[in-house]
Design a protein around this ligand. Structure first.
Ligand code: PGA
Length: 247
């Protein structure tokens, strides 16, 4: 059975006391039996939280594409690994858009992470125009092929994919279950073509984009949706835990 994952992307939110309080509440929770809880706090909090994490896993929001050296402001995968970070976002649409990260760069980030035994959570998704003009499958295919399909099968097995339609992120608009399921099944079919049925069946594909306690249950009921990457609703313990309880 593939992993069910509920991941919270805190982005650049929560001051230290707020972050600490949210972390404490989540960490004291009884670990859900079939669901993996994961948070992506701002990088400055990672070392502190990963040292104390029990019920939840800790992921980074970004990593350098370089191994080491004169790259001011960057954090390497080796540094993340040394403080027991197990996951890292790659290719979030905010990084693609505001930091001009393209698939070639993202493939390098994926490589650095896997070299250091960190699982990439690789984000893909189309803009509103790409959905409206019907090019979204091609966009997603290119994002996945260029960012991930250079990997060997044993490397790909450590990757989690997140489908996040850009038009649904932070907007309150959510893809319908039918829209989301269609893309998730499409992504799984790409993985199957490339790596075979067993790896495709084991690959966790998360949905992201205005996931809330009110829509999580319906979304997670779809056969190819294996959890959520949650932004806004992950900033409050009650809504995040309600979402985690929605399988
Ligand atoms: P949202 O963000 O849940 O606030 O839409 C999701 C994300 O950006 O990962």
């Amino acid at each position: 059975m593939r992993n069910k994952i509920i991941a919270g992307n805190w982005k650049m939110n929560l001051n230290l006391p707020e972050a600490q309080q949210l972390f404490n509440t989540l960490n004291e929770e009884e670990k859900p039996e079939h669901t993996h809880l994961l948070i992506f706090p701002p990088s400055i909090y990672l070392a502190h939280f990963s040292a104390a994490a029990e019920a939840i896993s800790i992921g980074a929001q970004d990593v350098s594409a370089h191994e080491v050296g004169a790259y001011t402001g960057e954090v390497s995968a080796e540094m993340l690994s040394a403080i027991n970070v197990d996951f890292c976002l790659v290719g979030h649409s905010e990084r693609r858009e505001y930091h001009q990260e393209d698939n070639v760069l993202l493939a390098k980030k994926v490589d650095r992470l896997l070299d250091n035994a960190i699982s990439p959570v690789y984000c893909c998704g189309e803009t509103k125009t790409e959905r409206e003009t019907g090019t979204y499958q091609q966009v997603i295919r290119t994002q996945i092929e260029e960012g991930l399909f250079h990997l060997r099968a044993d490397q790909f097995e450590k990757v989690v994919i997140a489908y996040e339609p850009v038009w649904a992120i932070g907007t309150g608009l959510t893809a319908t279950v039918i829209e989301a399921q269609e893309v998730h099944a499409f992504i799984r079919s790409l993985v199957q073509e490339k790596y075979g049925v067993a790896i495709a069946n084991n690959c966790s594909i998360l949905y992201g984009g205005s996931v809330k306690p009110t829509n999580a249950n319906e979304l997670f009921g779809a056969p190819d949706i294996d959890g959520g990457l949650v932004g806004g609703a992950s900033l409050k313990a009650a809504s995040f835990l309600q979402i985690a309880d929605s399988f």
